[in-house]
Design a binder for this molecule. Structure first.
Ligand SMILES: Cc1ncc(COP(=O)(O)O)c(C=O)c1O
Length: 472
């Protein structure tokens, strides 16, 4: 009987001794140092033990205020009760339904929930996988199968994942793939309309950035990657690892026009930007463009691994049975978490909170920037959308952002972002950096409160002041 332990077969016990289970922070870190790959970067050697909302407790008793949300994942906060209850109930009912063997209720219910959230009804056919990178790879496979074309165009600065296929589309940092080539051929990068990456001053009008980026894109189609060979263009509507830069609507509209003209599929990678993160359910909605395909993950299931691709049925129907899938694809517990997360999102004022807290953060960060005497001079720009917000600092290696108001005796260090991040961490605020530029990013849970934002701003102001004092 489901839910009953009476049908559980038990094997004979072979050891009556308690098996070792390390709990001390030092021992855990030592084991990790010895036996976990150095290929993983780690911010600090701390061990997270508990998380509730935006609060995280470490094994050595430190309380952290989490403005990282596990890189945009815990959109309803750590251990949201609705999601936790759904996970427990599902794990007690059936824990694994392999998607090529059977359907599960949560898998289909998640489709049902997502259908109601699509930016356009034309996006009506889904495939679920586990991670963002896998979803990106599935999108490549679908685009190639449907168009019978091979090439992919991505943005300079794009991040689409770290598996070999996905890292072939990643152009934000060589760290993600150096030494692992050859990567997938046929991938071309086009400049993204971001002033710093284009080598232009910060106050360059958006029309100029868009005009340049459109021209460069058109030239790629003429010089490097014929439209007839091009399956898809991938764009993050707010470029994430590229520096948290929103794509101007006019640029996305130009891509849409060109893709439609040439029969190329426009893929919006909403893995970081989806699920209300930027003040719309999907960030592509800011540009009034309907993509042919979207990839999503992260915020969908509040911490459980589920990702996916959605496209039009006529595109998805190009895939032969068995061409998509994987052992854990659309795992039933992860889907149950996705159903609970999206139900909460659809029945609560997500947009109201994102808008109010976004404004509060922007206003507060701009005050810190304007407070020149207390380190505000180190900040070049505050930007972003919704609760995906960046602080770009000045950079001695950049002819664009190296000048500052504190005179020749004050030397800029490289990566002010990391110095401020460390100062924040010392005060219990967890936040991340991003991109090859000195950029800090704030990506808190979408249920963040006014008080938590005030607390974050207080720590940030202090951190900026502390770092500036060490330089002046
Ligand atoms: C826009 C975007 N695409 C793809 C990925 C890869 O997702 P995952 O880390 O789940 O493989 C990420 C992860 O940060 C992302 O931000």
């Amino acid at each position: 009987m489901p839910g009953s332990t009476s049908t559980m077969n038990e094997l004979p016990v072979t050891s009556s001794k308690a098996l070792p289970m390390t709990t001390s922070t030092n021992d855990l870190v030592n084991i990790a140092d010895q036996h976990i790959t150095k290929g993983l970067g780690r911010l600090r050697d701390h061990v997270f033990k508990e998380g509730k909302g935006l609060r995280v407790l470490t094994t050595d008793g430190k309380q952290l205020l989490d403005f990282s949300a596990g890189i945009g994942v815990t959109s309803l906060g750590h251990s949201h009760p609705d999601v936790t209850a759904a996970i427990i109930a599902q794990a007690q009912s059936i824990i694994h339904v392999q998607c090529a063997i059977a359907l599960s209720e949560p898998y289909v219910q998640l489709v049902e929930s997502l259908l109601a959230m699509m930016p356009d009804p034309s996006l009506d056919s889904f495939f679920f996988w586990n991670s963002g990178a896998e979803a990106v790879e599935a999108a490549v496979k679908i685009a190639r199968t449907k168009t019978h074309r091979q090439n992919i165009i991505v943005m300079q600065g794009a991040y689409h994942g770290r598996t070999i296929g996905a890292s072939s589309l990643t152009k934000s940092k060589t760290t993600f793939f150096k030494g692992t080539g050859p990567l997938m051929p046929g991938v071309h990068a086009t400049p993204f309309p971001y002033w710093h990456a284009m080598g232009l001053p910060k106050d360059t009008p958006e029309e100029v950035l868009v005009e340049r980026a459109c021209r460069d894109f058109d030239n790629i189609l003429k010089q490097q990657c014929a439209p007839e060979d091009t399956a898809a263009v991938f764009i993050e509507p707010v470029i994430g690892e590229g520096g948290y830069v929103p794509a101007p609507a006019a640029y996305v509209q130009h891509l849409r026009k060109q893709c439609t003209k040439h029969g190329i599929l426009l893929v919006a990678d909403e893995i970081q930007t989806g699920f209300y993160r930027t003040g719309k359910i999907w960030a592509i909605e800011h540009s009034d463009v309907v993509p042919d395909m979207m990839t999503f993950a992260k915020g969908i299931a509040n911490g459980m691994p589920v990702s996916g691709v959605v496209t039009r049925k006529e595109i998805m129907d190009a895939m032969a049975p068995g061409s998509l899938g994987g052992t854990y694809s659309g795992n039933v517990v992860a889907c149950a978490a996705g159903v609970a997360t999206t139900r909460y999102m659809r029945s609560h004022d997500m947009l109201g909170n994102v808008e109010a807290r976004s404004k509060q953060i922007f206003d507060g960060l701009r005050k810190i920037q304007e407070d020149v005497e207390n380190g505000g001079w180190m900040i070049e720009e505050i930007r972003g959308k919704g609760l995906m917000i960046a602080i770009e600092f000045k950079d001695p290696s950049s002819h664009i952002t190296s000048s500052h108001s504190r005179g020749p005796n004050v030397q800029l260090p490289p990566y002010l972002s990391t110095l401020v991040q460390n100062a924040c961490m010392d005060q219990g605020l967890l936040c991340l950096t991003t991109s090859i530029y000195p950029v800090m990013r704030l990506i808190p849970a979408l249920i963040v409160s006014e008080e938590e934002v005030d607390e974050m701003l207080g720590i940030m102001a202090q951190a900026v002041q502390t770092v500036a004092k060490t330089l002046e």
